[in-house]
Design a protein around this ligand. Sequence first.
Ligand SMILES: Nc1ncnc2c1ncn2[C@@H]1O[C@H](COP(=O)(O)OP(=O)(O)OP(=O)(O)O)[C@@H](O)[C@H]1O
Length: 601
Amino acid sequence: MSDKRDIKFDKEVPKDARKTAIRLFQQLKNQRVRLTIVAVCIVFYTVLNVCTPYYSAGVIDNLLSAIKNCVEAGTSFSISWNPLGRQMVTLFFLYVLTSVFYHFQAYLMASVAERLILTLRKQISSKLHKLPLYFYDGNKPGEILSRVTSDLDKVSETLQTGLLKLLTAIGTLVGAVAFMIYFSPLLTAVFLIFTVISLWVTKMVAKKNLECAADRQRALAYLTGIAEEYYTGRDVIRAYNHEKESMETMNSAVDELRNATKKTDFLTNCVNPLIRLLSRCSQAAIMLLACKWMLEGRMSLGIVQAFFQYINMAAEPLTETSYMLNSLQSALASAERTFHFLDAGEEKPDTVAPVLLKNAKGEIAFENVSFGYVPDKMLMKNISFTAKPGQKIAVVGSTGAGKTTLINLLMRFYEVDGGKITIDGVPTTDLTRKELRHNFGMVLQDTWLFGGTIAENIAYGKPDATMEEIKAAAKAAKVDYFIRTMPQGYHTVLDNEAANLSVGQRQLITIARVFLCNPPIIILDEATSSVDTRTEAEIGKAMKKLMNGRTSFVIAHRLSTIRDADNILFMENGNIIEQGNHKELLKKQGAYAALYYSQFA
Ligand SMILES: Nc1ncnc2c1ncn2[C@@H]1O[C@H](COP(=O)(O)OP(=O)(O)OP(=O)(O)O)[C@@H](O)[C@H]1O
């Protein structure tokens, strides 16, 4: 049963942030011009952003004194170009220019980030085809998918928003505080005292919030785990009368999640109003002092409004720095995971001078083949056998005996550790993988049909096949009639994992796929219990027809179907312990005979 103590949540921290940042930057080297323009825009934006409020203080004060002069002189108010009109237009253009620099860099940065993500996605896509199969054995599909989606999205988002904020934060903060001190050291001190208090409060709440969020995550994962467990085991739970216990465990998990969520929600919802309250208090205190000084003539209105602009400017980097650093850290962790994936060991490259195998006859030989999934633990030792063109080879053995492994080696999904496998006398390592696999057709129990039309699915191995060829293949597999009864016939789109087809129909379509490719060698994994007897007979007939004239390897689950095999490989613990035809093996009175008599006696 799932145990919530087993569920761990790692904080998103890169192992080597510096190395990852440098590597990420290297990926941007073809975008140097754009990045330089972005850097220039950021510098101009920061300088203008910090200097404009200072300029605005003078303009507002001049405007105010012009209004005052008019009121005192009893004349109507007008603005002359020199100096007030000029100053106001300059201020307007300063704001416009600041905004232009900001938006231009944002536009460029978005295109830099998306180009980078496109490059990385292309690298991942090409990597997926170069990875050896054992990589997929050790990694969950969800993990690999998240490299392509959420990890790269996070990098892009941080490059576009977080990085700009971080780069402008120091300049803005230093500039704003410097101007504030210049205007009034006392008001600046009031602002800084309140800021330090609110930073401290945020830190305390954030720490507590992080703990509660981890508790909530744990409680949620536990609840999801047991819900899934109970759902899949519902029959067994009922059969053993464990409904009450399951319900109690479920209720306590739901309760725990409720408590954890309550705490997290409270902390999340209370932190913002608290910070806002502190910021209002600080602004009220500053405003009180500033108004007093204004009344005493010690401070002008222009300076007060400029001071408040600086307060807003300085508060943002101060309160957001920790968020920005976290998001940068988490983006670097994402980038690190992506690079780790891109660095994974690839399949041994194809030979540089490959042999071309035109019209293979289909003679296969295993010569003293040894293999282990784990380097120092050999599963197969010195396996040898030969399959003459057109022969039927049956591979038999209990579960885990090594039947699939034998096929994996034949198809070069894994590389042998010793000995060699030849096809028409040519070692498979002397061919390119593409050339080798071109000679094989596979019909497995787990059929794989993709989201496309039935015709496209049949033509998967020969995309340029004509409709006539596709129909002929379907006819050969005895699935043509069924396809024609579908609403759009061959153009019926299969989606949702071909849920509208039965297991047997899916298998017949994959048989048609092999008929179309017409390979000299085929691999068949016999259907077990997932189809009814009639369908099984239909599949059996189609397979028999497919085997006709081709070298075939049949992974057999029932001994009744392999009596006519030319060679039966009886496997145990990864090795072939007996081989020969049905009669020879019965005569031997060995493991095959024992199994045969146990099934048919
Ligand atoms: N990717 C892998 N990594 C490590 N060990 C593996 C891997 N695949 C299979 N094995 C191990 O190799 C042995 C042979 O497995 P294989 O899948 O070839 O057996 P099988 O005869 O096809 O079994 P089944 O009839 O159940 O499919 C088993 O002990 C299995 O646990």
